[in-house]
Write a protein that binds this ligand. Structure first.
Ligand code: MN
Length: 150
């Protein structure tokens, strides 16, 4: 196999040359607001994908959980995230680990976007959304109830 060195140069505004800015998820599949996705790295010889997500001010990702884990590093702006039962403020270069089957949601600050790198398995299970019963359970924690958007 031929070794290929490839550089995707950084471009304006947290984009990269030859990397398409994609929709986060198909509209109407789950609750989210103002999120884009870029796949920075995908190679069959390494069983992982490296993505960059950006959430506009006041926007949020989907509240979900799944078997695969995430390693997330903030590289733009700030916001907060729910991981399990805890809400954390997050900012530049914070590293957030989402364990298997753990509820998580990311939100940008009201006045700043939130951009983060996210490392995942290339082969991974589909995210699951909370059932009404699971939402009731999550909302028993007032801090969680106040944070989540569904
Ligand atoms: Mn996820």
């Amino acid at each position: 196999m031929r070794a290929r060195a490839k550089t995707k140069r950084a471009a304006q505004g947290y984009t990269w040359e030859d990397v398409e800015v994609l929709a986060y998820k198909a509209e109407g599949t789950a609750a989210f607001r103002g999120v884009t996705r870029q796949v920075l790295f995908r190679d069959p010889q390494l069983a992982a994908e490296w993505r960059y997500f950006e959430v506009e001010p006041g926007g949020h990702t989907t509240l979900e959980r799944h078997q695969h884990v995430h390693a997330v590093m903030v590289i733009r702006g700030r916001g907060a995230c729910l991981v399990g039962e805890e809400v954390h403020p997050i900012g530049l270069f914070d590293l957030i680990t989402v364990p298997p089957f753990t509820w998580h949601q990311f939100r940008a600050a009201e006045d700043e976007p939130l951009g983060f790198l996210c490392l995942v398995n290339a082969q991974r299970d589909r995210p699951k959304l909370p059932s009404p019963e699971e939402l009731d359970e999550l909302r028993k924690n007032p801090q969680v109830a106040d944070f989540i958007r569904v």
